[in-house]
Design a binder for this molecule. Sequence first.
Ligand code: ING
Length: 315
Amino acid sequence: MSRILRVAVAQMGGVQLAETRTQVVARLLELLREADATAATFVVFPELALTTFFPRYWFDEEAELDAFFEREMPSAETAPLFDEAQRRGIGFYLGYAERVETKGGVRRFNTSILVDRSGRVIARYRKIHLPGHTDRREGYPFQQLEKRYFEVGDLGFGVSWLDDALIGMAICNDRRWPETYRVLGLQGVELVALGYNTHDVNQYHRESKHLKMLHHFVVMQAGAYQNGTWIAAAGKTGDEDGHELIGGSCIIAPTGEIVAQTVSDGDHVITYACDLDLGIEIKQNRFNFEAHRRIEHYGLITSQLGVVAPEPPDR
Ligand code: ING
């Protein structure tokens, strides 16, 4: 008997700068109800789901920046989402900006959590691949200051059992790096939940919308197939204070096929009955790591950071 997990991807339209946490949580609650109406038992919300994508803005004052971070999760504003999910017996992935006070000082991460169907946080992930820059880029259409506002995640890529599904987490730019999926794949991941916020234009060079969407999908389809895992990707999409975020929220099978995809750029739920055993055949044959990988030849992947190429022959 196959293990079927009814997964919902809860895509959000833009979160405007002026929207309060309470207003955003009301939208998340509506998405949760819509997901429940499709009999989903696991819902994936986007990256930084509680706020606008604030790394597009430069902040001089720490207090201004901290307004976008959560000091506790659940908080008073987000507790209704946890309560409603627990009442409906639904687990979820939620992306948000995490602020932690430690003996060594304040730390800030681009974080996601995995919440089980009893409303308990069973796993936390802190984004590892932070794109963008730390300095202010005059003349750019928007800033991309994740490297300035967040620390590199310190929890690695992990997997957790949510009922009988082995779930891993990633966030946005992580989806572009094959290492993300392979480290999760080496832990037997069956579903990678990820949220993203991707502007539909690049800061520094023109790129067609076609290419933006091709890159968005191809990296996840490859990651799914090469590791025999499902991927559920929830975007924050559409207009955010005059900036456009791509849509393309989707659910991808371990075969690499896109089985469900949004065609809008607003608040929208797509659901699919994911057969978690679909990946077994791929993991036992085509990508049977134990039988086919040759780690004795992969040393450069973890020992060398950047490219080291031989000089070209004298011409
Ligand atoms: N956003 C973008 C992403 O990886 C980006 C940044 C866009 C990097 C396009 C490279 C190319 O989708 C986040 N939040 O990581």
